[in-house]
Ligand binder design. Structure first.
Ligand SMILES: C[S@@+](CC[C@H](N)C(=O)[O-])C[C@H]1O[C@@H](n2cnc3c(N)ncnc32)[C@H](O)[C@@H]1O
Length: 512
């Protein structure tokens, strides 16, 4: 039987998948879901694709057909101790801290959400076991959930290939796995530490989520969700975590533009989040060092766009500065707000940007100061002020402004980059590197932190890092937004910055 799926059918199928499984497929992956749609139409003996979609639309949550679709549509790549830095942060910082905090109750709760074949929760269980010699006297629960039944079946077999153990230290492999032919079987003691459950993160279940977890690992899962699904799930995690509990995401996932309810933490060369109370009474050491002013803000969000678009929009707030809606004026042609671009306030910052473009920094600062008083706490106005102060060489004031801004919006990539410049000026190279790396983590398309990291590495004689960062800078500078270059390029043109990076790269190559 030949089955064809029109664009309208595929779009409807895609909408149902988003609503029921949370998974979003952009237009580039439309053919993949059209294939699944055709396969399932045949497999269910539906009259045609339309009939299959009609029936699916009224099929209840959790029904067998959705389980089959989950198996067909989820990405299940995983392995033991994946992203080793996460596990180092967990075992060396978080676990000892939680064990100390629970010395009285001896209760530890960990969730692995989107656990796939169990490699992640079992890795956590091994680390808990290693950290607790007296584990028998502890009440430890490691819960692992996934909506893909085939993965959960694999997890319960606990039988893995050598490839799944490629990042597992030899000593751990010897201690906790028994070889059986080509496979490795996990020690039953570790198996028993983890409880697996088939569960869809999209479905609410107040009882399950009333958990008080110390740590939630949800890595490489939400990147496949739409922004509103992601927001709902992160909100749920916030409630399910103990007040100072931790959340780990995949290294390509951030909460930027998604939630302001967490502090960004950085240690062991990795990033993760800690639930924060509102309003925050302490600030992460990465940010403001005592300059918190006691107010808080939330980022405006476009909740219907796919997650990647929202991330893009959220991290490009600064770019939107150059496109504020305004009346035609003598300063230049009227700009329009790009569709869907988040606008935090009504302040017309275009004249300020125009003065900046002409390198009239002190005029630009005067224009900013002349805006109504309540503009002074506007994140975009603050970022612009920090950039102007940096360009004027007033780095102490720039640092105060950045610190203030980071207290309001800890996940502001531009503020972290400017903070890096300020810390470098103050002679604190390590904090500068930390802020640059944070900016890169929060916005991987941001070119200037790579330039800065590359130059710093070259100066310190770290050729490998210098080459990697400068090559990345060249790649990103070529497509960096013009407004962002204006804000953060230090007055240099794209061509000049590209030439600088290429010259530095030649020096690095020549020095070898
Ligand atoms: C790429 S794997 C990540 C595995 C592991 N967390 C890691 O990082 O190695 C993503 C997992 O998330 C699961 N998943 C996707 N959508 C889900 C949902 N709505 N509810 C529960 N699990 C989901 C998939 O079935 C898959 O096993």
């Amino acid at each position: 039987m030949t089955v064809s799926a029109t664009r309208a059918h595929t779009d409807r199928f895609r909408e149902i998948i988003v609503a029921r499984l949370g998974l979003y497929f952009d237009d580039g992956r439309l053919e993949q879901i059209a294939d699944v749609l055709r396969e399932r139409t045949v497999a269910t003996k539906s009259a045609d694709v339309g009939a299959y979609v009609d029936r699916l639309a009224v099929t209840r949550h959790g029904a067998e057909e959705f389980r089959v679709l989950a198996e067909a549509l989820t990405v299940v790549e995983t392995f033991f101790f994946r992203n080793a830095d996460n596990f180092r942060a967990f075992s060396e910082r978080i676990l000892p801290e939680r064990i100390r905090a629970h010395a009285d109750t001896k209760r530890l709760r960990i969730l692995s959400a989107g656990c796939a074949s169990g490699d992640e929760p079992y890795s956590l269980a091994i680390q808990v076991r290693e950290a607790l010699p007296d584990i028998a006297s502890w009440d430890v629960k490691i819960v692992a959930i996934d909506l893909n039944p085939a993965m959960l079946a694999k997890a319960s077999r606990a039988r893995y290939s050598a490839w799944s153990l490629r990042a597992t230290p030899d000593a751990v492999r010897r201690r906790y796995f028994r070889q059986d032919g080509k496979d490795f079987i996990l020690d039953p003691v570790i198996q028993r530490m983890v409880t697996f459950e088939e569960r869809n993160l999209v479905d609410d279940d107040p009882v399950f989520w009333r958990a008080n977890y110390d740590v939630i690992f949800c890595r490489n899962v939400i990147m496949y969700f739409t922004a509103d699904v992601m927001q709902r799930i992160v909100q749920r995690y916030r409630h399910a975590l103990s007040p100072d509990g931790y959340l780990f995401l995949g290294h390509a996932e951030t909460l930027r533009g998604i939630s302001n309810d967490f502090h960004l933490c950085r240690s062991h060369d990795t990033f993760y989040y800690q639930r924060r109370e509102a309003p925050p009474d302490t600030l992460d050491t990465l940010t403001s060092q005592g300059l918190w002013n006691g107010t808080t803000t939330t980022l405006p969000l476009e909740t219907t766009a796919p997650w990647v678009d929202v991330i893009q929009m959220a991290s490009d707030r600064i770019v939107a500065l150059g496109a504020r809606r305004r009346e035609p004026s003598v300063d230049g042609p009227a700009a329009v707000v790009p569709p869907g671009a988040p606008i935090a306030s009504e302040w017309d910052l275009a004249p300020v940007l125009e003065a900046m473009r002409r390198e009239r920094f002190s005029d630009a600062l005067d224009l900013l100061s002349a805006l109504p008083a309540d503009s002074h706490d506007d994140p975009d106005a603050m970022l612009l002020r920090a950039a102007l102060l940096t360009n004027s060489g007033r780095l102490d004031e720039a640092q105060s402004t950045c610190a203030h801004l980071l207290a309001l919006d800890e996940l502001n990539a531009g503020a972290h980059y400017l903070m890096a410049l300020c810390r470098e000026h103050a002679g604190d190279a390590s904090a500068a590197t930390g802020h640059d790396q944070t900016a890169v983590y929060l916005d991987p398309s941001f070119a200037m932190p790579h330039v800065h990291l590359g130059l710093a590495a070259r100066r310190s004689g770290d050729s490998a890092t210098a080459r990697r960062e400068l090559e990345q800078a060249v790649l990103l500078l070529g497509r960096e937004d013009a407004s962002r270059l204006l804000l953060f390029g230090g007055g240099f043109s794209r061509e000049t910055l590209l030439n600088l990076c290429r010259a530095e790269l030649r020096t690095v190559a020549g020095g070898q």
